[in-house]
Ligand binder design. Sequence first.
Ligand code: IMP
Length: 226
Amino acid sequence: MTQKTKKSTNFTTRNDNSNKRKRKMKTLVFASNNAHKLEEIRAILGDKYEVKSLKDIGCEVDIPETGTTFRENALQKARYVKKHFGFDCFADDSGLQVEALGGEPGVYSARFAMKNGRQVTADSKDDVNMDVLLEKLAGKENRKACFRTSVALIYEGEEHFFDGIVNGRIIDEKRGNGGFGYDPLFVPEGYDKTFAELGNEVKNGISHRARAVAQLAAFLKAESGK
Ligand code: IMP
């Protein structure tokens, strides 16, 4: 009997706490509709923040990215959401930077083939981007490259940035079927396989995006505990 009463008291207490937590949960918009990225972020921050996508807030615009750096592009997206929808928000922008090409493709990573006059479809884009990269690197000995992600966060009236980098090198031919983008050409430092061969579990442990998001998460978790 005593035990029963105690059990039920404990249950009520736990429930009250979780309701309080829910009531206090702050909404943050992640300026993206990429289901994979959203799932990843919600898994990290879901117990502290209600993370909404662009679709969730009714934003159907393809927010312009006209900056010359990853930070500028990420901030452009976050500011757009804050200005037009009023939510605190974070956004990311990523790409590949190749030393022998002066940092190209950089902010043009997604549009590299088109920028170089190639026709692409949604299906052929990644492949043609890699072809263009290999053509530009032909005969060059320096194969150093890095992937970079910048996250811009607008939080309680202030702007913050979180950057993640993974260094590596570009090989001569595509290897592996995993990942996306330039993964089949990129071998991260300390490995002899490409991101496309290493698979998502290894990649997500060391990637530029994972590193930037870990910093964002640490900041937001600290803020939520204040
Ligand atoms: P986003 O800003 O994350 O959409 O990335 C822009 C472009 O950079 C992508 O379309 C890819 O071409 C390239 N990119 C970014 N991250 C990666 C990655 O992890 N692997 C391969 N390519 C990437």
